[in-house]
Design a protein around this ligand. Structure first.
Ligand code: SAH
Length: 220
């Protein structure tokens, strides 16, 4: 691990800075998000064989038929989540390899992350601990239920697309809170930003996206 963190060439700070310049060109403007992505080693979240491709603007396989989200999507979702200001408690659905979790953990007070595939959740939990990121709570569960014990959340972010936003997630959003997630069936997904107001929910469609499906139940 230490060796992977010290890696030169394709895994260096300079490679990450190139990724950040590309994110700027793609329209990401939040300086805090860009700074955190410049300092977070993305290559340690993928298999060593894919390490040299970790900073390309692509999703990559992380096993169990799942993918690490492309850097642009991680940056865009994080920026949308933080648009109205700093956040306290954030619920993340779909931990996957934990890269988005690590980015969030450096920008908000507390992250609660839920993953339905047990080995992915455990690997991400161990990796974040090794990276000295210790403000994250992990749970092996179906994110469609949210995490009621810790609700309400000022932010909710999901990395898998359901046909419709699960009711439990809307209920667990604090008034003034922001939910960012892809919605829709394969080939027809769009990214949504939903804000809870005193009177209801304001749902804004951001752009077309491609995510893995939001599946119910858990897998061991
Ligand atoms: N941000 C992650 C994305 C991983 S892909 C990363 O960059 O690695 C999306 C993840 O959502 C997968 O790990 C998948 O298992 C998980 N997922 C899908 N439906 C889910 C659900 N209902 N509850 C919890 N996790 C879910």
């Amino acid at each position: 691990m230490k060796q992977r963190l010290q890696g030169a060439g394709m895994t260096s700070r300079r490679t990450r800075e190139r990724m950040v310049s590309r994110l700027r060109e793609q329209g990401i403007t939040n300086g805090k998000v860009l700074a955190v992505m410049a300092e977070t080693p993305r290559h340690v979240f993928v298999d060593e064989a894919l390490e040299s491709r970790a900073y390309e603007d692509n999703a990559l396989p992380i096993g169990h038929n799942q993918t690490i989200s492309q850097p642009y999507i991680v940056a865009k979702m994080t920026e949308l989540l933080l648009e109205s200001g700093p956040l306290g408690k954030v619920l993340e659905i779909g931990t996957g390899c934990g890269y988005q979790t690590a980015i969030l953990a450096k920008l908000v007070d507390q992250v609660y992350s839920v993953e339905r595939i047990a080995p992915l959740m455990k690997k991400a939990r161990d990796l974040l601990w090794e990276l000295d990121i210790k403000t994250v709570g992990f749970k092996h569960s179906d994110g469609g239920w949210g995490w009621p014990e810790h609700a309400p959340f000022e932010g909710i972010l999901a990395a898998a697309a359901p046909a419709e936003i699960p009711e439990a997630l809307l209920q667990q959003l604090a008034v003034g809170g922001v939910l960012v997630m892809p919605v829709g069936r394969e080939g027809k997904q769009t990214l949504h930003r939903v804000v809870r107001t005193e009177n209801g929910f304001v749902d804004e469609v951001i752009e077309p996206v491609t995510f893995v499906p939001f599946l119910s139940g858990v897998a061991s």
